[in-house]
Design a protein. Structure first.
Length: 453
C-alpha cells in the first residue's frame, strides 16, 4: 500500500465519531462505560499474567519471590541450558500454534492502532501474551509488560465492539488499553496514561487525556488487589549538582545515538524472524545459546529489572557493566530474531542504565563527587525516552517507578530531551515500530506532524 492509502485510513473524525469530552455528548454513556470496563478487565488481566509469570519463574528456577537474578546465580549450569532450551521449544511450538489461531498474519498493537482502527485478532493476540509470560518467566531476555499491553488492547477492542464505537473512538480505547496494561503491570497509573497517548496513540490532545487517565487509574487500582503498591526500583534521593547537569548535557546525545543503534538492531532482528520449519528450530538454537552464555552472565536472563536495580544503587563493578552493555542488547536482539514474543520497555531501560553507569564511571575520573548510581538512573531515562520517542511519559514513568520526583529532575529532563532530540533527528522509528514497514513509519510520522484538530 502507498503512503496515501495509509493516511486515508486515518481520517478526521466526524462529529458523531468524536471523543465525547462530557457526559452530555451523544453516545457518551456507551463510550465511558467501555473505558471503565476496559480498565477493570485490563487490571484483572495484568494481575493474572504477572502472577503466572512469577509461578513459572519460581518453578523453573527454584527461586523465591520475583528476584530472577538471585535464583539464576545459584542455579546449576545445566539448569541454565535446559530451561532455555525448553523456552526455545515452547517458543517454536507456540509460534506454530499461533499461526493457526487466525487467518493471515498477526497484527502488532502499534500497527493496529494506526492502520486498522485498533482491530486485533483477539485469540492470536491473547495467545501471544500468554506465550510471552511463560517464556519470560523461563528467562528469555524480553520484558514482561508486553503481555498486559496486549491483553489490555484486546479487552479494549472487545468492549469497542459491544459498545459499537466509531473507528476513532476504538483507536483511542485500544491505545488506552495498552497503556492501562503498562500502568497495571508496574503500578504507574499516570505514566501508563501518558504512555498510551504519547507512544501508542502518538497524540497528546486534551480530548484524549481523560479516557487515558480513567482507564489507567482503574486498571492499576484493580491490579493492586493482587500486586504490590510499591516502587519498582528502590533508590536514594540523589541530589542535583553542577557536575551532574554537565554530564547530562554531554551524555544525552550519546544516549540518543546509542538508542538509534539499539532500535535498528531490534528492527533488523524482527525482520529476520524464522519462517517455515525454522520457526521451531531457530528458537531452540538461539535460546539454547543464551542459556549457555548465561552460565557466566546470569544478568542476561529476564527483562533486566534486577541488574538495573543494582546499577541504580552502584552495586555492579565497572568491568561487568561494560561487558553487559555489549551483551544485553545482543541477548534481546537474539530473542527477538528467534521469534520470541515479549516487551521491550524494561530491556531498553536496562540498556540505558548500563550505558549511564559506564559513562558515569568515566566521568568520575574527571569530575568526582556524583553518586555513581545517579548516572545509571539518568542513562536509563535517556535511552528509554529516545527508544520509545516518548520523553514526557518517560519522565513521569521514571518518577513513578522510583518513587522520586524532584531530587534530580533538572539533569533528568536535560538527558531525556537531548537524547530524544538526537534520536528523533536520525531515526523516526521507535522500538514499538519494529514490525512496521518503512512506508508505514513514514505514514505515521506524516500523520503525527499534521496540525492538531
Amino acid at each position: 500500500m502507498t503512503t496515501d492509502i495509509h493516511l486515508s485510513q486515518m481520517p478526521p473524525p466526524a462529529n458523531g465519531d468524536a471523543i465525547p469530552s462530557t457526559l452530555a455528548r451523544s453516545g457518551a454513556a456507551r463510550f465511558w462505560l467501555a473505558v471503565l470496563l476496559t480498565g477493570i478487565a485490563t487490571g484483572i488481566g495484568a494481575a493474572v499474567l504477572t502472577r503466572l509469570l512469577e509461578v513459572v519463574q519460581h518453578f523453573m528456577w527454584n527461586g523465591a519471590g520475583t528476584n530472577l537474578l538471585d535464583a539464576t546465580e545459584h542455579a546449576n549450569p545445566w539448569r541454565h541450558i535446559l530451561v532455555l532450551l525448553g523456552a526455545g521449544l515452547v517458543t517454536g511450538a507456540g509460534q506454530i500454534v499461533l499461526k493457526h489461531l487466525s487467518s493471515g498474519n498477526g497484527i502488532d498493537t502499534t500497527a493496529a492502532i494506526w492502520f486498522h482502527a485498533g482491530r486485533l485478532p483477539a485469540w492470536r493476540t491473547l495467545g501471544s501474551a500468554l506465550l510471552s509470560v511463560i517464556i519470560v518467566g523461563m528467562g528469555v531476555s524480553l520484558g514482561r509488560e508486553g503481555a498486559p499491553k496486549q491483553a489490555g488492547s484486546v479487552m479494549a477492542n472487545f468492549f469497542s465492539d459491544r459498545a459499537r464505537l466509531s473507528d476513532e473512538q476504538r483507536r483511542l480505547l485500544v491505545a488506552c488499553g495498552a497503556g492501562a496494561g503498562m500502568g497495571a503491570a508496574y503500578g504507574v497509573p499516570l505514566g501508563g496514561a501518558l504512555f498510551s497517548l504519547e507512544v501508542m496513540r502518538g497524540v497528546l490532545a486534551l480530548r484524549y487525556v481523560l479516557p487515558a487517565l480513567f482507564a489507567s487509574v482503574v486498571a492499576t487500582a484493580v491490579s493492586w488487589v493482587a500486586l504490590p503498591d510499591a516502587p519498582t526500583y528502590l533508590i536514594p534521593a540523589y541530589p542535583t549538582s553542577i557536575s551532574c547537569v554537565a554530564w547530562a548535557l554531554l551524555a544525552g546525545p550519546i544516549a540518543g545515538i546509542a538508542s538509534v543503534g539499539y532500535v535498528r538492531l531490534v528492527t533488523c532482528a524482527d525482520r529476520n524472524k524464522p519462517q517455515g520449519w525454522l520457526r521451531l528450530a531457530t528458537p531452540v538454537v538461539g535460546l539454547g545459546l543464551l542459556g549457555a552464555v548465561s552460565i557466566w552472565y546470569p544478568q542476561l536472563l529476564g527483562n533486566g529489572k534486577d541488574i538495573s536495580q543494582l546499577a541504580f544503587t552502584n552495586q555492579v563493578a565497572p568491568a561487568l557493566l561494560l561487558m553487559l552493555l555489549a551483551l544485553k542488547p545482543a541477548a534481546t536482539a537474539l530473542c527477538v530474531c528467534s521469534g520470541a514474543p515479549g516487551g521491550l520497555f524494561t530491556p531498553s531501560l536496562t540498556v540505558g542504565a548500563l550505558l549511564g553507569a559506564v559513562l558515569g564511571h568515566a566521568w568520575s575520573w574527571f569530575w568526582p563527587g556524583v553518586p555513581p548510581g545517579l548516572f545509571a538512573v539518568l542513562g536509563a531515562a535517556a535511552v528509554l525516552a529516545a527508544t520509545t520517542q516518548g520523553p514526557i511519559s518517560t519522565v513521569v514513568l521514571m518518577m513513578e517507578l522510583t518513587g522520586r520526583d524532584r531530587s534530580f529532575i533538572v539533569p533528568l529532563l536535560l538527558a531525556v530531551a537531548t537524547a530524544t532530540l538526537v534520536a528523533r533527528t536520525i531515526e523516526p522509528r521507535s522500538i514499538y515500530d519494529a514490525r512496521l514497514t518503512d512506508e508505514e513509519v513514514a505514514a505515521r510520522q506524516k500523520a503525527r506532524e499534521l496540525p492538531a484538530r
